[in-house]
Each structure stands twice: as structure tokens, then as C-alpha cells.
Design a protein around this ligand. Sequence first.
Ligand code: NAP
Length: 216
Amino acid sequence: MKKTIAVIGAGGAMGSALSQSLAASGHHILLMDKDSEKCHKTYDAIFSELPNANIEILNCIHEGSWEADVIIPAVAYEVQEEVADYIKDVVTGKIVISIINPLNEDKSKLLTSPFSSAAEELQKYLPYSKVVKAFNTIFPSDFKNQMNADCFLAGDDEIAVATVSALIKESGMVPQLAGNLSTSRTLESMMLILIQLCRRNNTPESGCFKIHFSKS
Ligand SMILES: NC(=O)c1ccc[n+]([C@@H]2O[C@H](COP(=O)([O-])OP(=O)(O)OC[C@H]3O[C@@H](n4cnc5c(N)ncnc54)[C@H](OP(=O)(O)O)[C@@H]3O)[C@@H](O)[C@H]2O)c1
């Protein structure tokens, strides 16, 4: 079933890549950013490739989150609490996808305690929503590369996890359910490692995880 998906931070790297990928699957995408002007670039980029895309720009993050079935805060960890506070009264019962990696400025360590994660913090800020960790181990450029990437997800609500798994599949990736929401601690560390590997190999931030299961 097609969903209405609010992307907060749609003018940024991940927000625009996710918006385009989800729009290509026929979902109704609400583009929102701190400065809605930034959404126009995303809007134009999507329309140039997908003239029938069902997308619109909204100026109000609160209104967009009220209208949506699924909300994706595609913002930096530092503003996660501010965004959550702004939308918390309109996201009851809804799926909120946590793509956020709580990295420090030079992306050399995590800002969260080892006993928590950005996703678990988001669930605390939004206790009546269903937070699912997903897409945090995927680089923006890899939405288009179609490398059959494994996209890990984690969550506590079975139906929400199934819904997000379907969105991952539609994006051309393989959903790999890693565990309950606390598994986000590991998933957020995995992106830290992937970034370090890119640096060590002197490659731009691209590439993905792919698990090869042995058949015997
Ligand atoms: N880039 C990656 O490789 C990657 C991969 C996986 C996950 N992630 C995660 O995805 C999130 C976004 O990363 P990104 O690289 O896309 O960052 P980005 O390019 O800086 O995009 C973030 C967007 O959010 C906007 N924003 C800031 N505060 C906001 C607010 N209060 N309300 C609405 N919009 C706001 C920013 O606007 P301003 O620029 O005007 O502040 C910017 O347009 C991060 O948490 C990151 O850890 C990133």
C-alpha cells in the first residue's frame, strides 16, 4: 500500500536521496527542511527523473508530520531532540524511521553512551511512536548504485518492522533484520566503521555492507 512519507531534512544529502528513492516506488513524499528553499532543489531533481512523482513541499514540519503515515527525520544527531519535540504530538502510533548516526564532527567516534543509541533516544522522545532503525548504513550515493546492498534494520514493533522492510525492498536493497531497537547501538557503530574503511582506502564515502551466507 502506498504511504505518505514525511522527510524532514529533505534538502540534505540523505533526505534528498531517500525522497527520490521512495518517490520512485510511488509513495506520496512530503519534502520539508528548516529552509524550505532547499527542498526546491530536491523537488526539481526528482521531477527531472520522475515527472509523475507524487511529491510536494511543505513549509511546516508539524503539519507534514501530522499528514504522514511514516516520518523520517533526516537531520543531524544534534537537532534530533529539537525535531522530535516539535512533532511529538502528531506522531502517535506512527512509524518514525531513525536514519541518524550520532557521529562527532570528524566522524571518528559516536556521541552516544555505549548503553544507548540515537534510535533509542528518539524512542524516548517519542514514546507513542514506533521507531525503527534503518538506512543508517547506506550512503546517499548508493541509493542509485543498485548494488543489492544489505540494509540493516532494528525495531520492537513487528508490523512497523515489516512496513520498513517493504520500503527497503522497494529501494532495491535487501532488508536484514538485525534485532530489537537496542541493536541500533551496533548498527550505528557499523556506519562509523564503514566511514573509517573508506578513509583508509582513500575512497569517497560510498560502498555498502553485503553478507554472504554460507549454504553448507
Ligand atoms: N550522509 C551520509 O552518508 C549518511 C548516511 C546514513 C545516515 N546519515 C544520517 O542522516 C542524517 C542526515 O545526514 P546528511 O548527510 O543528509 O546531512 P545534511 O546533508 O546536512 O542534511 C541535513 C538537512 O537537515 C536540515 N536541518 C537542520 N536542522 C533542521 C531542522 N531543525 N528541521 C528541519 N531540517 C533541518 C539541514 O539544513 P541546514 O543545512 O540548513 O542546517 C539539512 O538540509 C544524519 O543524522 C546522518 O548521520 C547520513
